[in-house]
Design a binder for this molecule. Structure first.
Ligand SMILES: [Zn+2]
Length: 119
């Protein structure tokens, strides 16, 4: 697989693709969440969620919290359900937090890289 760091423009393109798929009323309320999600994706803050006691669930991701001094250090994103554990998602009644967007960006980059290698 791709061993060197993935170039940022892959993430930037993926972020454009993610936002292009969102309804206009969602886009107008993002308030910088896409940029913050993009930064998380570029930093490698998105990892597949691994719970060794469970079968692997490809739709689950753990995204590093921006505050690394206090727990929780990760939020679990479920892309199948389109949910995240973070307060922004849970309390603001808005369905697109930066963790969810970061996970969507990473998934989009991965599928891009698979096509890239198949060519
Ligand atoms: Zn979140």
């Amino acid at each position: 697989m791709f061993q060197e760091p993935i170039p940022n423009y892959f993430f930037e393109r993926a972020a454009q693709a993610v936002i292009a798929n969102l309804p206009e009323q969602v886009r107008s309320r993002l308030n910088g969440r896409l940029e913050r999600g993009l930064a998380l994706a570029i930093k490698g803050a998105v990892k597949p969620y691994t719970d060794l006691s469970q079968p692997h669930q490809p739709d689950l991701f753990q995204v590093r919290s921006s505050n690394q001094f206090y727990p929780p250090f990760f939020y679990i994103v479920d892309l199948e359900e389109s949910t995240c554990e973070c307060p922004d998602f849970q309390e603001n009644g808005f369905d697109f937090c930066k963790h969810l967007l970061a996970s969507l960006i990473v998934v989009s980059v991965k599928s891009e890289l698979i096509h890239f290698q198949a060519d």
